[in-house]
Design a protein around this ligand. Structure first.
Ligand code: ATP
Ligand code: MN
Length: 478
């Protein structure tokens, strides 16, 4: 029977000694033919298993190598050694799986993140990735708890969509047509009527449009699922497959939307601090070490825990896009020509501009609202000035954009006008326009990139290190 085992985390937290337990896990280290550091992934803290001399024969002792998996039964005793309160004195030990120490790529030493990315199937067994993925789990769980407690309905929006209203050009096509000889129309174009769905289809870039349809009945919904973007950007913040949380709320204006997003981000951070203190402390140390490798000028002023606590305690700055442009134009960086991209009203803020606002000027998260309508999507609500829309982006230190959202255009005529101007085919979108025809209401929503949130909480600089198996341009291993 395997399920009688005790998890290492529970065992280490308990003061209940002199009882018999069975533990299972993988060997991290084995010292002096006597002390095994055993880990089962429930915590970074290893359980010390003591093998008394004479318990095992030579051959078995030799098989206790880093990476091998064990089943150990023994007595919980107060530890005499440093570093742990309790340990297990083994009375029997079984090797479940051998691990050839010569071939096992994980040695009990520090490996680079780049190297670990190449063995992503094994990196879960390191302290860094143990902490990162336990935190990722907690943040996912906290997401459901946050919205569930508020009465939002979790709506599963489709992965395969026919809509190309958003993200045209950055979508992955879904097809069963043969590549070598696809059926053609008379004009030589591909005949998608013969494709699986009878039309051209893609992987979704966002669940928002379908989310809006749900909000028009349940009032408040959220989605939390994978999204796909074939954008060819090899950055530390972009993945081709990433997870997005998209709440969509009826009877919300842009301000309600900002308040919800801010409350949600704070909730996630607080949840992680309350439930994964050990993991955050470990990552705080890891980051401090990484920072020490950098030249003084590039080091960040805050440690990870300091940063997270600061976010919980301080309200986000709220500014308009116009304010943002003015701040940039008056900045020393602009005057010294430090920006690579042009700054003037109407531009899309580049990452260097966002970083300046957040990291240099305000030194805290910033919510920017009122973007020019021409750089934003067709569904964003037009402001009374006729030039800007009720959009909001939340920019975070070290990450850049973490949330993108808006109040949606609920007025049918305005929406149709924007769609014409932006060449969005309204016949294909008539289902979407129906919500504006049949009992339209003011509503709003946003998308939070889950991996960027995990980056923020874990302090990991590369987005590839916060998703189990990253999909990026020219890379789809595992
Ligand atoms: P960016 O300008 O950073 O590419 P975006 O404007 O394309 O972001 P949205 O379309 O508003 O982003 O998507 C909502 C959120 O999804 C973003 O705020 C971000 O957190 C996240 N996101 C967007 N693209 C990616 C990606 N390729 N990989 C990971 N997360 C992403
Ligand atoms: Mn993008």
């Amino acid at each position: 029977m395997f399920n009688k085992r005790v998890k290492v985390k529970d065992l280490l937290a308990s003061n209940d000694t002199e009882r018999e337990v069975t533990v299972m896990g993988w060997v991290r280290t084995f010292r002096n033919n006597q002390f095994i550091a055993l880990n089962d992934g429930s915590t970074n803290n290893n359980l010390q298993v003591v093998v008394e001399l004479g318990l095992l024969d030579e051959t078995t002792l030799k098989r206790i190598t880093t990476g091998a998996s064990l089943k150990v039964t023994g007595t919980v005793v107060v530890s005499l050694g440093k570093g742990q309160r309790v340990e297990v004195k083994a009375s029997s030990l079984e090797i479940l799986g051998d691990c050839d120490a010569e071939k096992f790529p994980l040695q009990p030493k520090k490996h680079s993140l780049e190297f670990l990315r190449e063995i992503a199937h094994l990196r879960f067994r390191t302290n860094t990735f143990g902490s990162v993925f336990r935190l990722r789990h907690s943040l996912a769980f906290a997401t459901h708890k946050f919205f569930n407690d508020k009465g939002f309905v979790y709506l599963h929006t489709p992965i395969i969509t026919a809509s190309d209203a958003e993200g045209a050009g950055e979508m992955f096509r879904v097809t069963t047509l043969p590549f070598d000889a696809p059926p053609k129309n008379e004009d030589g174009t591909i005949n998608f009527k013969e494709d699986f769905f009878g039309k051209s289809t893609n992987l979704t870039v966002s669940g928002q449009l379908e989310g809006e349809l749900g909000a028009m009945a349940f009032s408040e919904i959220y989605t939390f699922g994978p999204t796909f973007r074939a954008e060819n950007s090899n950055t530390t913040r972009h993945l081709a497959e990433f997870w997005m949380i998209e709440p969509e709320m009826a009877f919300y204006d842009i301000e309600d939307n900002m308040n919800l997003a801010e409350e949600f981000i704070r909730y996630l951070i607080q949840y992680a601090i309350d439930h994964n203190r050990d993991d955050i402390e470990f990552l705080d140390q890891r980051l401090a070490e990484e920072e020490r490798q950098k030249p003084q000028a590039e080091r960040s002023e805050f440690g990870l825990i300091e940063k997270l606590e600061f976010i919980i305690q301080n309200k986000f700055e709220r500014i308009t896009y116009t304010d943002a442009i003015n701040i940039l134009l008056e900045s020393p960086a602009y005057k010294k020509k430090k920006f690579k991209y042009e700054v003037k009203w109407g531009i899309d803020l580049q990452s260097e501009h966002e970083r300046y606002l957040v990291e240099k000027h305000f030194k805290k998260p910033v919510i920017v609202t009122g973007y020019p309508k021409d750089i934003k999507s067709f569904y964003m609500r037009l402001n009374d000035d006729g030039k800007t829309v009720a959009a909001m982006d939340i920019l975070a230190p070290g990450i850049g954009e973490i949330v993108g959202g808006s109040q949606r255009e609920e007025r049918l005529e305005s929406l149709e006008k924007r769609m014409r101007e932006m060449h969005i085919p309204s016949d294909e979108m008539s289902y979407y326009l129906d919500t504006r025809r049949f009992g339209t209401v003011p509503h709003a929503g946003f998308g939070l990139g889950f991996e960027r949130m995990v980056q923020f909480v874990t302090g990991m600089t590369n987005i590839r290190d916060v998703i189990p198996f990253a999909r990026t341009p020219k890379n789809c291993e595992f």
